[in-house]
Structures are given as structure tokens and as C-alpha cells.
Ligand binder design. Structure first.
Ligand code: B12
Ligand code: SF4
Length: 463
């Protein structure tokens, strides 16, 4: 009999936006758990909802023959997780939640089908929790660290925090054999002409950007041994032969000595797989780092640029300067690496001047691609704490996400849509200036119009 059925609440085929993008990746957290629990002797089943369907999962839950359901949660999948947890609970499953979202809302989830919430890394906690559940049920778990649960009187209890896994090299690699990696690769190939597989070389980030969730790994940064990472990459190459990989680390270039060692090891093996990854500009401020990235096969790096206003970057506690982002962008491009940039509108204190500074910054940096988002306060982040007395949800908690918080006094979503149009037209005009001056004039007119529309909505604020 299965000791635990692991799954999550994300279904690619329900996600219209992602169906346009079609760059799905396997759920690494669940794959890590599966590998660890199997090694410890547990019978683990994994249902990968990304490529599955609600009906198939529902049938699996109905067919019984399981005892414990483990669900990964993040802020986007709340509604689905609640539906699955409620159904499973009614069918007699003990429902355990983990991942970055559940521990932010213990009362809410425990009141909606969940029996236990695991805080932080799941490997060691589940290894202790599964036998404890079998022996004592879900209401007498006081001795197991890293949990939220309800005791026999219905009181919500939090057990002491579990220390983080000190040696992450002791962990087995993600259990990729349990899911259909080739289907992910097929989807990639059909839509992008290249197949891709993900892996991570470190856990956690020590930086303190105020809007970023550190719910799982805290402020630790634990890096895997470069040789072990090279072994995993080689195994991925030999087993699946993807055209590229994605290092899903928080900050891939955090440790330069590690980067050079990894590069040397891959060179020694003659292994070079093109890849995309994410980093911070201040960790890319050396030509050698960019040269190593290029040698390793990095063809695109994503930088969290967030704002072109130093005042806003400082308010975010980002620890980066506007000039660093511009330098790192140009330097990466010089080394043949494309730059993708993430930008954020509407952070606390942002004024029209700051928006203008951001537009000016994107023109100066001129990344190959950029995405914008309106800042949203994730529960238990310093940003959330700062605005917590001004936030409201206009929908039921279980149908909303942390992206739906309205912040009293902040500009409307329409205002930021105009900011976006202004930015895109202005940057496009700047790019066309020399080659196609006529379209640059048109784009600039559209930018001016967007700016005026933004000014016209300046008094509309969230309530
Ligand atoms: C890669 C990544 C993505 C990829 C995901 C693709 C994929 N399938 O891998 C993409 C780019 C698509 C993505 C998108 C988004 N992401 Co993202 N992402 C990450 C990132 C950088 C790494 C994820 C990862 O692989 N981690 C490594 C594994 C080992 O860790 P893990 O998954 O947390 O698993 C461990 C524990 O959580 C726990 N655990 C996990 N599952 C379970 C289940 C059970 C039962 C138990 C007991 C324990 C448990 O044990 C695991 C092993 O220790 C994380 C940050 C991070 N470092 O984790 C952000 C992160 C998860 N993303 C985040 C966000 C906000 C998003 C978006 C909402 C962004 C957006 N605005 O659109 C979207 C949501 C997408 C969606 N529809 O679900 C936030 C989540 C915050 C929150 N409270 O939910 C994070 C934490 C970033 C941050 N620091 O703020 N993301
Ligand atoms: S945004 Fe990036 S650099 Fe900042 S704390 Fe989060 S993971 Fe670290």
C-alpha cells in the first residue's frame, strides 16, 4: 500500500496564460521528496497534476488504497488545493500540505480539509511524520518538529521549527523517473524547438528583498558541491538529452568560486548544455563571472531589476543599484548572453517620478526582454507586514490569491496598465529611433497618450 500520494494543485491545461507560453517544468520539490522518502523505505506515489487533469486525480483519490495525501501549495494554486484537500478529506485521506504557501495560512487551510501543514523543507519532517500519523493519527503530533496541526480539542498547534538540512549534498537527486519528463520535453520542443529540463544547485537566498517569500528556506544559502551538480547534469544529459536546462536557483551566480569550479568541471567533462537562469546584478559585476556563464552555455539570464528608481530599490531593501543593473545587462550582452528583466510597479512610495525613472532605466539598460508585474504582498513578508493594516480581499479567501490583495490608497490596476503601455511604447520607440524613425514617432505618440491616460487615472485608488 502507498504510504503517501504526492501531488500539487497546478494543472497546465487549466492555465490559459501558460498555455500561450508553454514552458512547463516538473515540480522539483515533490521530486526531491519522492526520492528522499523512497530511499528511507516508504512507498511513494506521485501524481503530477501539471500534465494531468482534475478528473484523473479525483478518480485516483476515490479509488482509495492510500492513506496520506501530500499536496504542494503556492499562492497561485490555493483554490485548487482547497478543492482537492476537501475532497480527499471527505474520502478519508489524511491531508498533509507543504510548500511556500500553506504555512502562511495555517488556520485557513486546517479549516478546509488539511490535517497537517509542514513548514519549510519536507524531507526530514515527512520521514518522521508518516510513522507518527500511522501510530497516533493527525491530532497527537506534538513531538514532530516543523508542523501545524489541530490537537484533540481542535486547538491549532505549532510545533518547534525544524532546523534546515545542513548537508544538502546528502539528499538524493530529484526522482525524475516518477513523472513523464519526456512529455515536458515534447511540449517544449513543439512550442520552442528546444526541449528543457530543470535542476537546482542551491537552496535559499540570504538577501532581504522585502516582498520576497522566504517561507521554505528562510534566509539560508546552501550550495551543492559543484562536482555533484555536474554529476546530476551529466545524468540528465545521458538519460533525457534535453537541448537545454534551466537552473531554477534563486541567484545562480551567488558564489563565484563555485561558479568557476562548476565551469572547470563541466569543461573537463566536455559537457556544455545551453541554459537559462536567474541572478542579481550585484552578483554579476565581474567580467570573469560573465565569461564563465557564457562558457557554461548561458544564453539568457533573468535579472530582478524591479525599478529604475534608487529610492524604490532602497525601500525594497534590494541591495542593488540602478547602475549595477545597467552595467550587468550590457556586460552580459557583450558576452553574448541575452538579458530578461523583471520589473515591478506600485511598490510602496512609488511616484510619477519613479515611474519615469524606471522607463528611463529600461531604455538605458535595453534588455532583450522585460516583464512587469504590479507588486503584491505575500503573507509573512516584510512588505505584507508594512501594508497589513491597509489590505483587503474582495473575494473569498479560498478563491483569491496573495496577488489579489488590494492596498488601500494605492493606484488602480488601470493606472499600472497605462504605466505598462507607456513603458513598452517608449522603449520600443527608443529601439526604433535610428532604424525606423517613422514608427518611432508613432510609438512615442502612443507613449504620450498612455502617460496622459495614467495621469487621468491618478486619483483612482484602491479602497
Ligand atoms: C522555479 C520557480 C518557479 C517556476 C516553477 C516551475 C517549476 N515547476 O519548477 C515558475 C517560473 C513557473 C514559477 C512561477 C511562479 N512562482 Co515561483 N518559484 C520558483 C523557485 C525559484 C524555485 C522552485 C523550486 O524548484 N524550489 C526547489 C524545491 C526543492 O523547493 P520547494 O518546491 O519549495 O520544495 C520543498 C518544500 O517546499 C517542501 N515541499 C514542497 N512540496 C511539498 C509537499 C508536501 C506534502 C510537503 C510536506 C512538503 C513539501 O519540501 C520540498 C523539499 O524540501 C521558487 C523559490 C525557491 N527557491 O523555492 C519560487 C517561488 C516558489 N515562486 C513563487 C511565486 C510567487 C511564483 C508565481 C506566483 C510568480 C508569478 N507572479 O506568476 C508563479 C506561480 C506559478 C503557478 N501557477 O504555480 C514564490 C511562492 C510564494 C508563495 N507564498 O506561494 C516563490 C517561493 C518565490 C519567492 N521567494 O517569493 N516559479
Ligand atoms: S528577490 Fe531574489 S535576491 Fe531578493 S531575497 Fe528573493 S530570492 Fe533573494
Amino acid at each position: 500500500m502507498t504510504d503517501i500520494l504526492l501531488t500539487h494543485g497546478y494543472f497546465l491545461y487549466e492555465d490559459e496564460k501558460e498555455r500561450q507560453i508553454m514552458k512547463p517544468y516538473p515540480p522539483l520539490g515533490l521530486l526531491y521528496l519522492s526520492a528522499y522518502l523512497r530511499r528511507a523505505g516508504f512507498a511513494v506515489e506521485l501524481y503530477d497534476s501539471t500534465l494531468g487533469s482534475r478528473n484523473a486525480l479525483s478518480e485516483r483519490l476515490t479509488s482509495g488504497s492510500g492513506r496520506v495525501l501530500g499536496l504542494y501549495t503556492n499562492l497561485m494554486t490555493r483554490g485548487n488545493v482547497v478543492d482537492i484537500a476537501k475532497q480527499a478529506s471527505q474520502l478519508g485521506w489524511t491531508v498533509v500540505l507543504g510548500g511556500p504557501e500553506a504555512a502562511n495560512y495555517p488556520d485557513e487551510y486546517l479549516g478546509r480539509g488539511a490535517d497537517v501543514i509542514v513548514v519549510g523543507e519536507g524531507e526530514e519532517t515527512l520521514t518522521e511524520l508518516l510513522p507518527a500519523l500511522a501510530a497516533r493519527g493527525p491530532n497527537r503530533l506534538h513531538g514532530v518538529a516543523g508542523l501545524w496541526f489541530r490537537d484533540e480539542d481542535g486547538k491549532v498547534v505549532q510545533t518547534p521549527a525544524r532546523p534546515q538540512i545542513a548537508d544538502i549534498d546528502s539528499l538524493p537527486w530529484p526522482d525524475r523517473a516518477q513523472i513523464d519528463i519526456t512529455e515536458y520535453m515534447r511540449i517544449w520542443k513543439v512550442h520552442h524547438g528546444m526541449s528543457s529540463v530543470n535542476l537546482i544547485t542551491a537552496r535559499g537566498c540570504p538577501y532581504k528583498c522585502k516582498w520576497c517569500s522566504h517561507a521554505v528556506f528562510g534566509y539560508s544559502h546552501r550550495r551543492r558541491n559543484a562536482i555533484h551538480c555536474a554529476d546530476e547534469l551529466q545524468a540528465i544529459h545521458e538519460t533525457y538529452s534535453p537541448d537545454q536546462v534551466w537552473y531554477a536557483d534563486d541567484v545562480f551566480t551567488m558564489n563565484h568560486a563555485w561558479l568557476y569550479e562548476y565551469n572547470a568541471e563541466l569543461k573537463r567533462r566536455g559537457l556544455r548544455l545551453p541554459f537559462e537562469t536567474i541572478s542579481r546584478a550585484d552578483r554579476m559585476m565581474k567580467e570573469e563571472v560573465l565569461a564563465a556563464l557564457a562558457e557554461l552555455g548561458c544564453y539568457r539570464i533573468w535579472i530582478g531589476s524591479e525599478s529604475g528608481s534608487q529610492k524604490i530599490l532602497d525601500a525594497m531593501q534590494r541591495g542593488v543599484t540602478v547602475e549595477q543593473v545597467q552595467w550587468a545587462t550590457h556586460a552580459a550582452q557583450r558576452h553574448g548572453i541575452e538579458v530578461g528583466m523583471f520589473l515591478m510597479w506600485g511598490y510602496e512610495g512609488e511616484t510619477l517620478d519613479d515611474i519615469e525613472a524606471t522607463i528611463d532605466h529600461v531604455k538605458k539598460a535595453n534588455p532583450n526582454v522585460f516583464f512587469t508585474t504590479v507588486a503584491y504582498p505575500i503573507k509573512n513578508t516584510p512588505f505584507f507586514q508594512a501594508v497589513s493594516d491597509r489590505v483587503t480581499l474582495t473575494q473569498d479567501w479560498e478563491r483569491a490569491t496573495d496577488r489579489d490583495w488590494q492596498i488601500r490608497g494605492r493606484h488602480s490596476r488601470a493606472y499600472y496598465r497605462h504605466a505598462d503601455r507607456w513603458l513598452r511604447n517608449e522603449v520600443e520607440a527608443f529601439r526604433k529611433d535610428a532604424a525606423d524613425p517613422a514608427s518611432a514617432v508613432e510609438l512615442r505618440a502612443a507613449a504620450t497618450q498612455a502617460r496622459m491616460a495614467l495621469m487621468a487615472t491618478a486619483d483612482e485608488v484602491e479602497v
